[in-house]
Write a protein that binds this ligand. Structure first.
Ligand code: C5P
Length: 206
């Protein structure tokens, strides 16, 4: 059984997915971390982030892999843990460039489809492209201001700057970010984290 939770940047997907996964007693899979890992490796190697063959060569060499745990996903490259370095503003700013490359999307999709079920898959296109036959699909939204306010609690930046960066990333991610026609769309704006998790568990009949 696969449950997909897609949504816009900073809509709370990871926290919600983690909560739902814990309630169900299964892992969650954060697909964005693989795009972030490719971006980080590209930035560290000084590779042009538009250069798909160069990025794929790096991925071949470093073979980053996702460890999907219910408490939080980790990413490894050999024995080096990349997780903490994946949420910098530099990676945020570059990741949408990498995520539009079809070759990179194919690489991420292959990693995800190789994971053993069951799990909760979180991202942009989990319910549309990667797992179209998922048992249940959800899509999270919230206004840019609310998302910026939430993110400001995690990062030492001011709300208008975060909001502007989110709006830029939304525009770049638009193509791969449409909700699946059979997804339940949830506006998380008026809800707490527990509230969103509750709506999803109810949707799953839990
Ligand atoms: O979810 P998160 O913010 O970590 O995702 C980082 C970036 O990875 C997104 O802004 C988007 O460009 C890309 N992404 C994607 N498809 C996914 C997950 C993430 O294009 N399924």
């Amino acid at each position: 059984m696969i449950v997909t939770i897609d949504g816009v940047a900073a809509s709370g997907k990871s926290s919600v997915s983690s909560g739902v996964a814990r309630a169900l007693g299964i892992p969650y899979v954060s697909s964005g971390l693989l795009y972030r890992a490719a971006t980080l490796l590209g930035l560290e190697a000084g590779v042009d982030l538009h250069d798909a063959p160069a990025l794929l060569a790096l991925l071949d060499n470093h073979a980053p892999r996702l460890e999907p745990l219910a408490e939080g996903n980790r990413v490894w490259s050999g024995t080096r843990e990349l997780t903490d370095a994946l949420h910098s503003s530099r990676v945020d700013a570059g990741v949408s460039v990498v995520a539009v490359l079809p070759e990179l999307r194919a690489w991420v999709d292959a990693q995800l489809r190789a994971l053993p079920e069951p799990f909760v898959a979180e991202g942009r296109d989990m319910g549309t492209n990667v797992f179209p036959h998922a048992g249940a699909k959800f899509y999270l939204t919230a206004s840019p201001r609310i998302r910026a306010e939430r993110r400001a609690r995690e990062r030492p930046e001011d709300i208008p700057a975060i909001e502007a960066a989110l709006v830029r990333r939304d525009a770049k991610d638009q193509v791969q970010s449409a909700p699946a026609p059979d997804a339940q769309v949830i506006d998380t704006g008026p809800l707490t984290l527990e509230g969103v998790i509750g709506v999803i568990l109810e949707g799953l009949g839990e």
